[in-house]
Write a protein that binds this ligand. Structure first.
Ligand code: SF4
Ligand code: SF4
Length: 390
């Protein structure tokens, strides 16, 4: 399997940090399964390492094989040597995403979001506190990342639309899905924490994922959370209605915004519709106000075409009352040639617009409580520490 390195981080202002005594829950709680049968314990964007092969191993075998145990050890010893320290928002925004031993022992002292997260994952956190790399309960969280089917063709992600609705590619993905659900079922759906749909494509276009969202009987498993990650264009009132069997399981909804006007949106999110997106965001914001979604978040991948609209986009998020507005710096998904990627990666120090990008981050709006600077955190710290970049 191809393992992405950290080579695309050339030009970052960051470097590895002292992470001693800061604990990331991901390798102790999470598993991602991809369409090549590869397994990861973190997002593909943040940790290049594979931890297993789901065509040859069961989940149970992957979960305590040496690769994932080595990653857990790197968290326990503070080296975080497998983590992409430029891309991972947890690593970069460690005061928000990572926990001290004291936090893990006393979650009640933390904000409600963190207290909820830590109380839900208490059985898995025990292994961190006991400094064990073998976790003999199954993963808490499952990121279903094995179907790339999507209605859009964002140039940063792919060169053309990907649609698997029949034939061998579809059958392959369906077989992974069925194998995963079978194994989770054997362990008991009531013993897990969360499904994330999806880290790979669009849930409301993928036949596999939409069938799951529309037909899975979540009422039988009230403690099971389902998070939905979508480009939002097809997250309509009709789609919501079809998901009624899992309404009470819906936990977090993350929708990609990526622009503050239709003109920019059309360049970044090819085949999308800014008008439909805003209409669906308005609908989802109303569901959030009614308490039907626990957290509603917007995401924004920062690149050359949209960095000047970041503050306007935050205002859109505030207008709709979202819980969190998450920024992420453009990652290299290999859909572009390296030079084209670098033209778009405005966060690189040698990019002609780098200084302008930094200056924009000076805006006080980036201190708004809804803003999660994620892997952009250090860039804002840098500009605030300067008088003025000349
Ligand atoms: S710090 Fe990031 S890359 Fe490292 S284990 Fe945690 S989530 Fe994964
Ligand atoms: S919406 Fe997401 S999965 Fe679909 S093409 Fe764009 S970035 Fe890729």
């Amino acid at each position: 399997m191809h393992t992405r390195g950290f080579e695309s981080n050339k030009g970052t202002i960051k470097g590895p940090k002292n992470m001693n005594g800061k604990y990331c829950l991901q390798p102790f709680t999470n598993i991602d399964i991809h369409s090549n049968h590869g397994a990861r314990c973190c997002s593909e964007s943040w940790m290049p390492s594979w931890v297993g092969d789901f065509s040859e191993q069961t989940l149970k075998q992957i979960w305590n094989a040496q690769p994932i145990r080595d990653i857990r050890q790197s968290v326990l010893d503070g080296s975080y040597s497998f983590c992409d320290w430029h891309q991972c928002p947890f690593y970069c925004n460690d005061s928000y995403y990572l926990y001290t031993e004291d936090d893990l022992l006393h979650p009640e002292r933390l904000s409600p979001v963190h207290a909820y997260r830590l109380s839900k994952y208490a059985p898995w956190i025990r292994y961190i506190l006991e400094r064990k790399t073998e976790v003999d309960i199954m993963p808490a969280n499952y990121n279903l990342a094995y179907d790339e089917t999507c209605n859009l063709a964002c140039p940063s992600c792919r060169n053309q639309r990907v649609m698997y609705t029949k034939g061998p590619e579809y059958t392959l993905r369906l077989s992974i899905h069925n194998k995963l659900l079978k194994e989770v079922k054997e362990n008991g759906f009531e013993n897990i924490g969360r499904f994330n749909v999806t880290g790979s494509g669009e849930p409301f276009v993928s036949k596999i994922f939409s069938d799951f969202l529309y037909n899975f009987d979540g009422k039988r498993f009230p403690r099971l959370d389902i998070n939905i990650q979508s480009n939002g264009v097809l997250f309509t009132p009709q789609a919501w209605e079809k998901m009624k069997k899992i309404h009470s399981n819906i936990n977090e909804v993350i929708v990609s915004l990526d622009a503050a006007c239709a003109e920019t949106y059309d360049k970044i999110r090819v085949n999308g519709s800014f008008k439909k997106l805003l209409s669906n965001i308005e609908f989802l914001a109303a569901l959030r106000k009614q308490g039907k979604i626990r957290r509603f978040m917007l995401a924004y991948v920062v690149q050359e075409k949209n960095f000047r609209e970041m503050t306007e986009a935050i205002r859109i998020g505030k207008h709709f009352g979202v819980d969190l507005f998450i920024f992420n710096l453009l990652n290299d998904w290999k859909s572009w040639q390296p030079t084209e990627y670098e033209t778009n990666a405005v966060w690189k120090v040698f990019h002609p617009e780098f200084k302008e990008f930094l200056e924009i981050l000076r805006d006080p709006l980036f201190s708004d409580p809804i803003v999660d600077l994620g892997n952009m955190t250090e860039y804002r710290e840098k500009i605030l520490s300067y008088e003025k970049v000349t």
